[in-house]
Write a protein that binds this ligand. Structure first.
Ligand code: NAP
Length: 331
């Protein structure tokens, strides 16, 4: 008989990893337009940390988790195209994926093609669709480009490096340790800079013989600003898409003129998958490059759902590489 409870991680106040508490909630019926999904694995993302600490405010109490892969367990009214037992995934659920069951709007779900492992899918949807829009939409990377990916051994970073290589680009990756440098080389980075030991701006200037880059992908934020601007050639594009070390401080637009008539964008995935059609297109592109073996998804650690706090502590302390996922215990 199906259990009437849903074990769920809840945040009742902002703070450190310890505010992630395991609770039991009554299992609800999915509302019209929604499906209840039994979660097989949920992805842990840096955005979950920003929400936990309060950098990105959320209404409390809050169930974190925007990304998961699971099996359709119940179908609400007015939902077409899905049936119980379908393997599905989301990266735009909004919240609620750190749980055994999550209700997700049908237009935020995609069906998982055959041959994909649910843990791999949970580790690739949000990060991989981010890589898609950054490399294929924000700036269309080509074989003529040399580009910089910060935190190249991280979750998004690993997928960015491999996808950019598949597009023929020359890739410079920064990393914070010797072990991650080895990993970044294995992923295909043409040049790896350990920015904990080396001035990455000088290194990029040397690699590009002073010319600078057309585009820099920066998810690190405070610690790599304004250095990232100094890596760009005139009219280059600064893509600031994250704040792992803290937010980029406020600055005058005149700085962009001073550094070479630069462009800047601060994009977010959710604007690139606003409609179901956009979501399907971006997800299909991702499934395709993974299926072709051009991009490999490395889930470096799995944690029981109850250990969500440990997963956050590891991600925050730079102890992880690739993707990490939470797995609800099977009962
Ligand atoms: N805008 C969007 O649409 C979007 C979507 C998804 C993700 N993101 C952003 O992409 C970034 C990567 O996300 P992820 O979940 O894949 O995480 P991740 O890259 O696996 O982890 C963050 C990495 O950032 C580096 N880092 C540098 N300084 C740090 C510091 N002071 N504290 C912590 N980490 C530091 C670390 O790598 P090293 O040790 O090698 O320095 C760390 O492993 C995050 O900034 C996230 O917000 C943005």
């Amino acid at each position: 008989m199906r259990q009437p409870y849903n074990r769920t991680i809840v945040i009742s106040q902002n703070g450190g990893p310890e505010v992630l508490q395991l609770t039991e909630q009554r299992l609800s019926k999915p509302r019209a337009g929604e499906l209840r999904v039994k979660v097989l694995a949920s992805g842990v993302n840096f955005v979950d940390i920003y929400q936990r600490t309060g950098l990105y405010p959320v209404a409390l109490p809050y169930v974190p988790g925007r990304e998961m892969c699971g099996v359709v367990d119940a179908v609400g009214k007015d939902v077409g195209g899905f049936a119980e037992g379908d393997l599905v995934a989301t990266a735009t659920a909004g919240s609620g994926c750190y749980a055994e069951y999550v209700d997700v709007a049908a237009d935020k779900l995609v069906k998982v093609p055959r041959g994909f492992d649910p843990h791999q899918v949970a580790g690739m949807m949000l990060k991989g669709m981010t890589a898609q829009y950054l490399l294929r939409q924000v700036y269309r990377v080509s074989a003529d480009d040399t580009l910089l990916v910060h935190a190249a051994a991280g979750g998004v970073g690993q997928l960015m490096v491999q996808w950019a290589k598949a597009l023929g680009a020359t890739v410079i990756g920064t990393v914070g340790s010797a072990a991650k440098a080895k990993l970044a080389r294995e992923l295909g980075c043409d040049h790896v800079i350990d920015y904990s030991r080396t001035d990455f701006v000088k290194a990029v200037k040397k690699i590009t013989q002073g010319e600078g880059l057309p585009v820099v992908y920066d998810s690190v934020g405070a610690a790599t600003f304004p250095g990232s601007l100094d890596c760009l050639r005139p009219f280059g594009l600064f893509v600031s898409y994250g704040n792992a070390s803290g937010p980029v401080p406020p600055f005058s637009p005149a700085l962009l003129a001073e550094k070479g008539s630069l462009f800047m964008t601060r994009p977010t995935l959710f604007d690139f998958v606003r409609t179901p059609e956009q979501l399907q297109a971006v997800a299909s592109d991702l499934f395709k490059v993974v299926k072709q073996g051009k991009v490999k998804v490395r889930v470096s650690a799995t944690y029981p759902l109850a250990d969500a706090a440990r997963a956050h502590a590891d991600l925050e302390a730079r102890r992880t590489s690739g993707s990490i996922v939470l797995v609800p215990e099977q009962v």
